[in-house]
Design a protein around this ligand. Structure first.
Ligand SMILES: O=P(O)(O)OC[C@H]1O[C@](O)(COP(=O)(O)O)[C@@H](O)[C@@H]1O
Ligand SMILES: [Mg+2]
Ligand SMILES: [Mg+2]
Length: 341
């Protein structure tokens, strides 16, 4: 008699993102179902962008778009496509009343004035890796609006500060596509099953190791780094740590989240405020890392405590394993304390 070995049947285990969100809805802030729906809309946008990323080389959406974004950076065609896809999904979804995006100067009004949520997105992170088939991602951050429902959203809706985020996460288009998010109750990760078109729970409770042995930064800037950053990196090297830098923040962050490590993008003389954007790169990843037991600072201050003053504000970022970030912080404070004496 043939015995059917259930383990030999290749099928995704676990539960779908949809079902998971439904089960957890009572834990969500305000728990009325709208945030659940918004997360599902974001997952849908992620599936669509995943499809575009996968076939980009076949349908002529690789390469430069020819415009600069608000940051003065060259937009890639796929940046523009991802931006359009994301905004469209959120407009159709109805839960977000306004969006800010790396690719658009001004606040984007969705027309859903009764929507209770505000979304900040980096539709495609890691632009320099788009054309070379290396992991890229989408980063998102969600707030509950402070302006009255039914009226036009205002700037203050976006400048609430990192601690006011109600959810944040990313979608990584890597060797597999994953959605990782937090609603303030730990961090969960879902892996996309292409043939079924569903995200399945694969990482139910992500915790970053307290200590790691990976440092991730662009060492091409070595001679521009502040002394404390060079001292810290020297220390990492003397301890035999590995240098790993993909050049896509989402992918570098994801690896360090799973394995332990530190990601550094300090201020440079050429970029005195740092390169990364506070609202849609630093805040969401800082929320995730704190929920996973790690730490994120701008040098002297927790990223989530930095007070925002403008939509596309930049910030230095040191993020990852608690012990590593604290050591970097110690060196930073020592250098800056002496400078002020
Ligand atoms: O090329 P650099 O200076 O090392 O910068 C890399 C960093 O810039 C970014 O690409 C910025 O993001 P965008 O691609 O969304 O502009 C990060 O993903 C990455 O960590
Ligand atoms: Mg980015
Ligand atoms: Mg981007």
């Amino acid at each position: 008699m043939t015995v059917l070995n259930e383990n030999a049947i290749a099928s995704p285990v676990g539960i779908t993102l949809d079902r998971y969100i439904k089960r957890k809805q009572s834990e969500f802030p305000f728990a009325s179902g709208e945030l659940s729906q918004l997360l599902r809309d974001i997952a849908l946008a992620g599936k669509i962008i995943n499809r575009e990323v996968n076939r980009a080389g076949l349908i002529d959406i690789t390469g430069a778009f020819g415009n600069q974004n608000v940051q003065g950076e060259q937009q890639q065609k796929l940046d523009v496509v991802a931006n359009i896809r994301f905004i469209r999904a959120l407009k159709n979804g109805g839960e977000a009343c306004a969006i800010i995006s790396e690719e658009t100067d001004e606040i984007i009004l969705t027309g859903n004035e009764h929507g209770k949520y505000i979304v900040a997105i980096d539709p495609l992170d890691g632009s320099s890796n788009i054309d070379v088939n290396v992991s890229i991602g989408t980063i998102f951050s969600i707030y509950r609006r402070v302006s009255p429902i039914g009226e036009a959203p205002v700037m203050e809706d976006f400048l609430q500060g990192g601690r006011k985020q109600v959810a944040a996460g990313y979608i990584l288009y890597g060797s597999s596509t994953m959605m990782v998010y937090t609603t303030g109750h730990g961090v969960v990760g879902f892996t996309y099953e292409n043939s079924l078109g569903e995200f399945f729970l694969s990482h139910p409770d992500l915790k970053i190791p307290k200590q790691g042995s990976i440092f991730s930064c662009n060492e091409g800037y070595w001679y521009q780094y502040a002394e404390c950053v060079r001292l810290y990196l020297d220390q990492c090297k003397r301890q035999g740590y590995s240098g790993r830098y993909i050049g896509s923040l989402v992918a570098d962050f994801h690896r360090n989240l799973l394995k332990g490590g530190i990601y550094l993008y300090p201020a440079l003389p050429t970029q005195p405020e740092g390169k990364l954007r506070l609202l849609y790169e630093c805040y969401p990843l800082a929320f995730l890392v704190e929920q996973a037991g790690g730490r994120a600072i701008n040098g002297s201050q927790a990223i989530l405590d930095v007070i925002p003053t403008s939509l596309h504000q930049r910030s230095p970022l040191f993020i990852g394993s608690d012990v590593m970030v604290k050591e970097m912080e110690r060196q930073y404070l020592m250098e800056n304390q002496f400078r002020h004496q």
